[in-house]
Design a protein around this ligand. Structure first.
Ligand SMILES: Nc1ncnc2c1ncn2[C@@H]1O[C@H](COP(=O)(O)OP(=O)(O)OP(=O)(O)O)[C@@H](O)[C@H]1O
Length: 298
């Protein structure tokens, strides 16, 4: 019982020091709140969610054991704790990796560092012709129920996925795309990756999404489309072999059954993605900074 009283005394005693709170403490609390909120949002859609619930139950149980001074249970928890953390890190390595990659895609680094080597030359994304060819191919394949998976690379370079396929490096055309995904041809399996106006590779293997919220009826083609959009900022077009529907995956979300006009609109937005404007602003910012530095040197 002594521990329960100690705990209550410490807990309520802490309120007495509220008068000494500084503004930086409030910022710290807000930052932690945002972090925990984002963490909960992220973990809700991963395998790790069930594990988190399990850990919370163990923690509550341990806390009760602490209050009731159940020393044997506490001894077990203290001694197994270190191993448990190592085991969790190993088991959830893919999720942790994905989370860090997502953090990298939030463009914090690229906003601050204009010469980030992971970025392409900003020459505009792709031409109107490419938009037309992709839209035409997607709906022609949809009409005859030919399954397809087309990944359009954006800022995140997809070399690690390109390496899993067969290099093509050919100018996009609807005929070529339709030909690639034709049943029983050597290139039809897997995904095509598009960079600018060119098809870089076909038969690429993509990571599968483990988002539990995805419709259970969707198979691996759709999961692969969503998977790549979770680990990169790419846009993926998925044509269903079963229904002929055209869907789009971007930033971990799947828009099922888009129309021709909607697909064209989505591609146009990606094409113009205000990149040039952003680049100009960035250049202005760095030029201004350099000028100011020169002036202060003089
Ligand atoms: N990890 C992957 N990377 C790339 N392509 C994949 C991957 N997994 C599956 N595919 C492609 O998806 C095809 C299988 O699709 P499946 O029928 O399982 O998916 P689906 O989402 O139900 O699509 P559909 O509606 O077209 O049937 C494979 O033949 C292969 O071409």
């Amino acid at each position: 019982m002594g521990r329960i009283f100690d705990f209550l005394e410490n807990y309520f005693g802490a309120f007495a020091s509220f008068s000494t709170i500084r503004w930086i403490d409030i910022v710290e609390i807000l930052l932690i709140a945002v972090f925990v909120y984002q963490f909960m949002l992220w973990i809700r859609n991963t395998r790790a969610y069930s594990l988190l619930k399990g850990i919370l139950i163990v923690l509550v149980f341990t806390f009760i054991a602490y209050l009731l001074e159940m020393n044997t249970i506490l001894w077990l928890v203290y001694n197994a704790g270190g191993y448990a953390i190592t085991a969790i890190l190993i088991i959830f390595q893919p999720e942790l990796r994905k989370a860090l990659e997502e953090l990298g895609h939030k463009k914090i680094v690229s906003t601050l560092i204009p010469f980030d080597s992971n970025k392409k030359e900003e020459t505009g994304r792709f031409s109107d012709r490419t938009v037309n060819e992709i839209v035409r191919a997607s709906f022609e394949m949809g009409a005859v129920k030919t399954g397809a998976l087309i990944v359009i690379e954006e800022d995140t370079i997809l070399n690690e996925f390109i390496r899993t396929g067969i290099n093509l490096d050919s100018l996009i055309s609807s005929q070529l795309l339709i030909n690639i995904f034709e049943h029983n041809t050597p290139l039809h399996d897997g995904a095509v990756i598009v960079r600018g106006d060119r098809i870089v590779a076909a038969t690429c293997y993509l990571p599968l999404s483990d988002n539990l919220e995805l419709n259970k009826n969707l198979g691996t083609r759709h999961r692969a489309g969503v998977g790549i959009s979770e680990v990169s900022d790419s846009l993926t077009i998925i044509v269903s072999e079963e229904t002929g529907r055209v869907s789009v995956a971007n930033r971990g979300r799947l828009q099922v059954g888009v129309t021709k006009e909607e697909l064209r609109e989505i591609l146009k937005v990606e094409q113009n993605n205000v990149k040039q404007e952003k680049l100009k602003n960035k250049r202005k910012f760095w030029k201004g900074l350099m000028k100011n530095e020169k002036k202060s040197d003089e």
